[in-house]
Design a protein around this ligand. Structure first.
Ligand code: SF4
Ligand code: SF4
Length: 475
């Protein structure tokens, strides 16, 4: 408690005094601010007209902070998602024991269930403010109405050509090839029940993958799939990230699957970090952390609690290997859980780690090579099968001048990090040979320059020869 107080882990925003106040859990702060902004009671810089107490630490409750915040106010509202209203009940107890007369609201105004999105917050906060301090809403600007913009013919025309981009994996994410492989297996063996978990891999439930039947709590994907441990033609597949695995999945998911001889496939996505929450180290992180014991193997852990069918994939970008391993897991005669640990570093964190090192090496004059991928627009037919199996934000489309091509061809933009997934996918799915890799060399050596000149000459000669053999139609 002293630690929480001394380090000011809970925060106060807005004026120090006020008729009313808002108490919110830390995770809802942004939603509260957005709701207040739409009511004209906060600005985009986080300045609020209403006092706010943010409980970044919900447990233990720092009683004195709550009491200080509530004293002198007519009413406060507790923002807490989910049911039952644990924190609200705690505050009621706390206030009644001290005979504090401030009214406490929460789930009597806000919905009992469902997600507290910004519009939900806005509606709830508005009702609360109308009850106690109506004048605050006097300057409330109208909520922006998007209709005139969306009905503009130019915007409508744009909506027809710009493809919708649902939220998805980052550029170069190592989890994308896992789900591309799963799609390829699905094509061969049909659809399977897929239990998802919490973490980046949850993006696989959205296009272009559309994989995943259920989602439970952190580390509980395989535990939820245990309901499907019945005699059936197909095995269930459950997915869990490395964060979820160490959080509780090792015991609740894998342990129970081993104990119950659960005949399903468990896929552990090992991206070296708790990636979705910002890249914190976990037990299996590869980093050398002086304050933590990292580099603990997930494979050893699952074998340690009795799993026998365990496969390790060291490079998730190897789509063909991923596909074959999944297929083997789904079809093998061996009973009990089939566990695949698919490992490759989270690209977001990898880029954060290597970009400064790369830039420094280039600055120091060292020869450095950056891989980039591209699509040969002469070869690409524009069927976009690669996009449907990838969803990489860097892989897009562009128009060419080729009169024989009605559809735009695939194209890779400058944000490509050279993970190679699009090329691997197109090879594993036997799509087309349009993808090429280019090495961008910084600080080239004299040999690099010589090789480049030689290469350009040979290519130039071949191009000239092909042009000479082309049939030209008279105008
Ligand atoms: S944070 Fe890492 S693991 Fe998550 S989607 Fe981005 S690259 Fe993939
Ligand atoms: S290589 Fe392909 S999949 Fe990887 S980042 Fe570049 S465009 Fe995206």
């Amino acid at each position: 408690m002293k630690f929480v107080k001394d380090r000011k882990l809970n925060e106060f925003f807005g004026p120090s005094e006020g008729e009313i106040g808002i108490i919110t859990l830390g995770g809802h702060y942004n939603g509260v601010m957005r709701g207040l902004q739409q009511l004209g009671l906060a600005d985009v810089y986080g300045n609020s007209s209403i006092p706010i107490y943010v409980m970044n630490v919900a447990y233990p409750t720092v009683d004195e902070e709550v009491v200080d915040f509530c004293l002198g106010k007519k009413a406060v509202i507790m923002i807490e998602e989910g049911a039952p209203e644990y924190v609200e009940q705690t505050l009621h107890t706390l206030m009644r024991r001290r005979d504090i007369q401030t009214k406490l609201h929460g789930k009597d105004i806000l919905p009992l269930g469902g997600e507290y999105t910004a519009p939900v917050m806005m509606k709830g906060l508005k009702s609360f403010i109308e009850m106690y301090d109506r004048k605050l809403l006097g300057n409330q600007p109208p909520v922006p109405d998007p209709t005139p913009i969306l009905s503009d013919p130019k915007v409508k025309a744009l909506a027809e050509v710009v493809p919708a981009r649902p939220a998805g994996f980052c550029t170069g994410c190592p989890e994308r090839p896992i789900f591309a492989a799963m799609k390829l297996v699905e094509k061969e063996l049909g659809e399977h029940h897929v239990s998802a978990d919490i973490g980046c891999h949850l993006f696989s439930i959205l296009p272009p993958f559309n994989i995943g039947g259920t989602t439970m709590g952190y580390g509980l994907g395989p535990a939820s799939a245990s309901a499907f441990n019945v005699t059936a033609d197909k095995r269930s597949i459950s997915v869990m990230g490395d964060g979820g695995f160490w959080h509780n999945g090792l015991a609740t998911s894998v342990g129970n699957a081993v104990f119950n001889k659960q005949d399903g496939v468990i896929l552990v996505v090992d991206n070296y970090y708790s990636a979705a929450t910002g890249g914190q180290d976990i037990l299996s992180s590869r980093a050398i952390n002086p304050n933590r014991k990292t580099n603990n193997s997930i494979v050893d852990a699952v074998k340690g609690i009795g799993a026998t069918w365990v496969r390790q994939i060291d490079r998730t970008y190897d789509v063909a290997k991923m596909r074959d391993t999944l297929k083997e897991a789904l079809t093998t005669d061996e009973k009990g859980p089939k566990i695949i640990v698919a490992s490759s570093e989270c690209m977001l964190n990898k880029q954060r780690r290597i970009k400064p090192q790369f830039a420094k090496a280039v600055k120091d004059g060292k020869r450095m090579v950056k891989e980039r991928f591209g699509v040969d627009e002469d070869v690409c037919t524009g069927d976009h099968a690669c996009i449907r199996l990838s969803g990489c934000p860097s892989l897009s489309v562009k128009h060419t001048d080729d009169p024989l091509k009605d559809d735009p061809v695939a194209a890779i933009d400058n944000s490509c990090v050279g993970c190679g997934n699009c090329g691997e996918v197109s090879e594993a799915a036997v799509l087309c040979p349009s993808f090429y890799r280019a090495d961008v060399i910084h600080n080239p050596t004299s040999w690099d320059r010589f090789a480049s000149r030689l290469r350009n000459r040979v290519i130039g000669w071949l191009q000239a020869r092909r042009s000479a053999g082309r049939i030209v139609f008279a105008d």
